[in-house]
Design a protein around this ligand. Structure first.
Ligand SMILES: [Fe+2]
Ligand SMILES: [Fe+2]
Length: 289
C-alpha cells in the first residue's frame, strides 16, 4: 500500500464514508507530451462553478483542452456552485468525462464544493471529485494540491485541519531530497491578491495563517502557488515565490476597480529552468501549444 492509498483509507475512516462509494481520483496516469521532452504545458482553470458558470463554458474549456492537448489540467476549485446539488455535480462530471483519456484532470476543492462548517463533508466531495489534498509527480516536478477553505475558516484544533497541515509540511519536507526541477502548489483561495503582507479580506487567506504558509513554501523552495476564487486574474511576487490567481473559466467578476476580464484559463509551460504562464480568454487561445 503506498502513502496515497494509506492517506485515502485514513481519510475515509475519519469522514465516515464507506470505501465502496469511492471512485479513483484523477491524475495518476502517465500523460502525453505536448511540448518536448524537457518542456511541457498544462492548463490551470478555476471556478467553472456550475450553474453560476454555464455548462457551455465548462464544455468549451474542456473542448480546448482536447484540441490543444496539454499534459494535464488542474481546476482550482469551485467546481460547482452548490456542493450538494446533484444536478450541478452531474453536469461538471459529465463534461469532465469528455476530456481525452490521456489528459489527467486534477480537481482542487473550493469553498462551494463542500459544507465549510462541517469538514466531514469533504468525504462527500471525495466520493465525487477525488481527494481534497494530494500530490503528484510529472516529469520530475512535484505538484501539491491542498484544501484552502479550511485554512480560511476552519479551527486549527480540527482533526482534519491538523492532519492536512502535517501532511502538507511532510510532503514538502520529503520532496527536498528528491531533486525535483519545480515544486508548485494549487489551492482555491489566493494567499494574497496584491502583496504578501496585505490585510485580511474576503478573497485572501487570513494573514497569520498566510504568513505561516509563505514561510513553509519559501523554506521548501516552492516556486509558485496557483489559485482561483477571485474570478479575476491577479499576481503577487514574494521574493522567489509567485502567487498566481486565475480568472474563472465560467463567470468573471469586476475586482480591484478593474472591469471583468473575459473568461478563459491559464497555460503554463514548465521546464527544468522554471515556469512561464499566461492567461488566455477563449477568444485568444493559440491554435496549438
Ligand atoms: Fe470560491
Ligand atoms: Fe468561485
Amino acid at each position: 500500500m503506498d502513502n496515497k492509498e494509506l492517506n485515502r483509507r485514513n481519510f475515509i475512516k475519519a469522514a465516515g464514508i464507506g470505501a465502496v462509494a469511492l471512485a479513483l481520483p484523477a491524475g495518476a496516469k502517465a500523460a502525453n507530451t505536448s511540448c518536448d521532452n524537457k518542456e511541457f504545458c498544462y492548463f490551470v482553470m478555476a471556478d467553472p462553478q456550475l450553474f453560476w458558470g454555464s455548462k457551455e463554458s465548462w464544455d468549451k474549456a474542456i473542448g480546448f483542452a482536447n484540441k490543444l492537448k496539454p499534459d494535464f489540467v488542474v481546476v482550482c476549485g469551485d467546481l460547482v456552485n452548490h456542493w450538494d446539488d446533484e444536478k450541478e455535480i452531474a453536469a461538471y462530471l459529465e463534461v469532465a468525462a469528455k476530456l481525452n483519456k490521456d489528459i489527467p484532470l486534477h480537481n482542487v476543492c473550493g469553498n462551494h464544493d463542500y459544507k465549510i462548517s462541517e469538514p466531514e463533508s469533504l468525504g462527500f466531495y471525495q466520493t465525487k471529485f477525488g481527494d481534497p489534498w494530494y500530490s503528484f509527480v510529472h516529469k520530475n516536478n512535484l505538484f501539491v494540491v491542498f484544501e484552502s477553505t479550511m485554512v480560511k475558516y476552519g479551527d486549527e484544533n480540527w482533526k482534519m485541519y491538523k492532519w492536512q497541515m502535517q501532511w502538507l509540511e511532510e510532503t514538502l519536507k520529503q520532496a527536498q531530497g528528491k531533486n525535483y526541477d519545480n515544486i508548485t502548489v494549487y489551492t482555491h483561495y489566493p494567499l494574497a491578491l496584491k502583496k504578501a503582507d496585505e490585510p485580511d479580506e474576503y478573497f485572501n487567506l487570513p494573514k497569520t495563517r498566510r504568513m505561516k504558509l509563505l514561510e513553509m513554501f519559501h523554506k521548501y523552495n516552492v516556486k509558485a502557488v496557483f489559485s482561483g476564487h477571485f474570478h479575476h486574474n491577479t499576481y503577487v511576487r514574494d521574493g522567489e515565490l509567485e502567487l498566481i490567481t486565475t480568472n474563472s473559466s465560467g463567470i468573471a467578476l469586476s475586482q480591484m476597480g478593474e472591469p471583468e476580464q473575459p473568461i478563459g484559463f491559464r497555460i503554463v509551460k514548465m521546464s527544468p529552468a522554471g515556469l512561464e504562464h499566461k492567461y488566455y480568454s477563449y477568444e485568444d487561445l493559440p491554435e496549438k501549444l
